[in-house]
Design a protein around this ligand. Structure first.
Ligand code: MTE
Ligand code: HPA
Ligand code: MOS
Length: 774
């Protein structure tokens, strides 16, 4: 009874969406999520006889493999086989951008946790027992764990990249103020709830189907084909949804899928491989730590005249996505500010850590942290608030980014000014001042954090997608795209688009799994662009079908096609509802042998980038926003809370306000976590110390800000965004950077002698040291 009621409530809400997109809609998955009915890789119905895999990985960060003895492991009852690089029929190579990463180590190991072999057994438990029986002898080689050490030794992934604008060298001489400094931002563990995993099953004629928890089904398909030495059409990859990816499954879902497929290829039996949390934490890469230096020059009226920065990216032991991430650091190195003279350089440093990888923001946050640090440093030296410098340098219409794109439809000042007025910054500051005057053991700090984030894959050729739309003969609809649902709500958005174009209720539409046989040659779901790219393709396919159906309707009703509209499951003529329903129209179209399937391809127009000149127009548009963050520090303990985060955010014209708000809140919590509490630690031997949730603290319900308010900025949206609804996945993470500076300000209020530090995360331990530093 109860259940039925809530269902009909939902149906009622969902139906409204087909009438107006401005209606907020709940994430379609929320119902199966809360009931525990949503399917993940571990829920796949496994075939009888399925084997289970466990990865044997390097217990050293760098060295030569002298000897491995698998005999005891092999002899264990229930162990089927142990696979190494010798079993690879194609290429033992999984590198995406640069071919520098073997699937299994051959003679040398490059990081602690590097896969060496796959043990396949009747159960995961047996495979794990077998792993403990393997003896390995590694001759140590020197271990590099930091980017600086790598630079000193000349250990790099590729050649450095550099952007420049204006003539920075000459200008520094004319600046009233010039400051230099160093910053560090640490890595970050993705901690998706669903750990990495895949299930591979043999089909006919050497075909293998892989169910994978990946953001990039096509990379899994093409790299599996490469490793197995088979054609891509032999490999099918299917994804229902991910229990989170956050960039950690853009590239790094691949090896596990390939290993499962390799074992499946040899055994002609299904193989399931799911990393447990410890294995996942140890074997996979994280957000890149950055060690950076900057030089900033300001005029007497606080205009940033010149900015120079060098970013040392700790890439880990192989390229993975590091070159693309490095590039995005340069794109976002001036954040929301216009700087007329810029020179930035990024160096991808090869170290003996697991290859670091995509993480929400994709190198952008690391770049922004440095300029915010430079501004904070300059403000503190000059004796003004950081706000005073931020405010006079905000990006304006037609300003040029250092990569040559001209800023259009800029909302930097608008969001800044709106945040100040809507949230009454004067009162907020006055309250904090009063509080700090009257309290000795607690101090408050406030900061403003503007963000500007470019939308599109920075690699222009990746900006395309396709949609395959079927209308079935009963009028229901099935949609396949390249979009991978990972909690961000993209399936809900795809459904809204189809419901809007066809004007049918949402329960008539199904978003199919993401499958390489239905939509091929896809880019990963990443760069916050999934809804834009796949949504535009879906829109095009649905529109074509509607055009076709209008011709059918005009023939049935004997009226001109231009007078016809599909609305609320009926055909309307000149605004009047006719007898002809959606379902009847589809039946007639079938009888008339009209195609009820459409495939559409969308490629973002206008964008381009010339890497030889490091200039172009790489982004379809930018997302803007400003956050005001306040914190209270307990000056006895060094602990802190974030009292409020008040944001004016540029959603464009949000098509899904509930989902978009969820993205802002989630990204904000993740950004604050990165900046203030999540502390990745490796020892000098390259062993991960923060290898469990007891030693790696992520934000919980008690540490997220008490009061989060997000106000959409009023704009007319952007046509390059799907239905003018801008991408939202990554940009709000960077509001979290403000949390770092709010803490600095609170410490300074307690200890005026405090010398600002730019070494993230700002853990309670560091806050405490700051409070009592001399
Ligand atoms: N939100 C949830 N719940 N889970 C995720 O894994 N990934 C983020 C963001 N929001 C993620 C998320 C990242 S890194 C990106 S790039 C975008 O979602 C990808 O989805 P989109 O392109 O549809 O925004
Ligand atoms: N963002 C996210 N993922 C990517 C990108 C990007 O710009 N380029 C390649 N993979
Ligand atoms: Mo997101 S880091 O582009 O997967």
């Amino acid at each position: 009874m109860h259940k039925n009621k809530s269902n009909s409530d939902l149906d009622f809400k969902l139906n409204e969406v087909s009438i107006s997109l401005k209606q907020s809609i709940k994430n379609l998955d929320s119902h199966t999520h809360v009931r525990g009915e949503s399917l993940y890789v571990d829920d796949v119905n496994i075939r009888q006889g399925t084997f289970h895999g466990v990865v044997f990985d390097s217990p050293k960060a760098h060295g030569i493999i002298k000897h491995i003895d698998y005999s005891k492991a092999r002899a264990l009852e229930g162990v089927e086989r142990i696979f190494t690089y010798k079993d690879v029929p194609g290429k033992n190579q999984i590198g995406g951008i640069i071919p520098d990463e073997p699937l299994f180590a051959e003679n040398e190991v490059h990081f602690w946790g590097m896969p060496i072999a796959l043990i396949v057994a009747e159960s995961e438990f047996i495979a794990r027992q077998a792993r403990a029986l393997i003896d390995i002898n590694i001759e140590d080689l020197p271990v590099i764990t930091t980017a600086k050490q790598a630079k000193a030794k000349g250990s790099f992934i590729n050649a450095p990249r550099s952007f420049s604008l204006g003539d920075f060298k000459k200008v520094f001489n004319d600046c009233k103020y010039v400051f230099e400094g160093e910053t560090f931002s640490n890595g970050q563990e993705h901690l998706y709830i669903e750990s990495q995993g895949a299930y591979a099953e043999p089909l006919e004629n050497g075909t293998i189907k892989i169910t994978s928890s990946t953001q990039g089904p096509t990379s899994v398909q093409s790299i599996t084909a490469r490793v197995l030495g088979v054609a891509m059409h032999k490999i099918e990859v299917d994804v229902t949804r991910l229990g989170g990816g956050f960039g950690g499954k853009e590239d790094q879902a691949t090896p596990w899928a390939v290993m499962a497929a390799l074992a499946c290829y040899h055994l002609n039996q299904s193989v399931k491989l799911i990393l447990n949390r410890h294995d996942d934490l140890r074997m996979t890469g994280k957000r890149h730590p950055y060690e950076s230096t900057y030089k900033i020059g300001l005029s007497k009226d606080l205009k940033i005249m010149a900015y120079e920065a060098e970013f040392l990216q700790n890439s880990g032991a192989a390229a993975d996505l590091s070159p693309a991430i490095a590039e995005r650091t340069l794109f976002h190195s001036t954040n929301s500010y216009f700087v007329p003279n810029v020179t930035t350089k990024v160096i991808s440093c090869k170290t003996n850590l697991p290859p670091n990888t995509a993480f929400r923001g994709f190198g952008g946050p690391q770049g922004m942290f440095v300029i915010e640090s430079a501004i904070a440093k300059a403000a503190s030296e000059i004796g003004v608030s950081a706000r005073a410098i931020q405010e006079v340098n905000l990006l304006d219409e037609n300003d040029t980014f250092s990569y040559g794109q001209i800023a259009k439809k800029v909302e930097a000042k608008n969001t800044w000014d709106s945040a100040k007025s809507i949230f009454d910054i004067e009162t907020l500051e006055k309250d904090i001042e009063d509080f700090n005057k009257n309290n000795n053991s607690f101090k408050k700090g406030l900061t403003l954090m503007p963000i500007t984030f470019g939308i599109s894959f920075t690699n222009t050729p990746m900006n395309h997608a396709r949609a395959l739309v079927h209308i079935y003969l009963d009028g229901s609809v099935g949609i396949s795209t390249a979009a991978v649902e990972m909690g961000q709500g993209v399936n809900t958005k795809m459904m809204q688009i189809a419901a809007d174009v066809f004007s049918i209720p949402i329960d008539k539409i199904k978003i199919e799994t993401t499958n390489t046989t239905r939509v091929a040659n896809t880019s990963p779901s990443a760069a916050s662009s999934t809804a834009d790219l796949n949504g535009k393709a879906t829109l095009m396919a649905c529109n074509s079908l509607v055009e076709r159906l209008k011709i059918v309707a005009s023939e049935i009703l004997k009226v001109s096609k231009d007078t016809i509209e599909l609305k609320n499951e009926s055909v309307y003529v000149k605004g009047e509802k006719s007898e002809l329903t959606w379902t009847a129209l589809i039946s007639v179209a079938m009888l008339k042998r009209v195609a009820l399937t459409e495939n559409a391809h969308y490629a973002t127009p206008e964008i381009h980038f010339d890497k030889t000149k490091e200039k172009g127009h790489p982004f379809a548009y930018h997302v803007y926003g400003t956050a005001i963050i306040t914190t209270t520090v307990d000056c006895t303990r060094g602990t802190y809370e974030f009292d409020s985060v008040k944001i004016v955010h540029d959603y464009g014209k949000s098509m899904s306000e509930g989902i978009d708000l969820g993205q802002v809140e989630g990204a904000l919590a993740q950004g604050i976590g990165w900046m203030t509490m999540e502390e990745i630690a490796y020892n000098d031997e390259g062993r991960l110390l923060s290898n469990a949730l007891s030693t790696y603290k992520i934000p919980d319900i008690f540490s997220v800000p008490k009061d989060v308010e997000v106000i959409p900025v009023e704009t007319d949206g952007n046509d390059m965004a799907i239905l003018k609804s801008k991408a939202v996945g990554e940009p709000p993470l960077m509001y979290g950077i403000g949390a770092y500076f709010a803490l600095q300000n609170a410490i300074k209020a307690f200890n005026p002698k405090y010398d600002l530090k730019f070494h993230a995360p700002m853990t309670p331990e560091k806050v405490l040291m700051g409070l009592y530093s001399k």
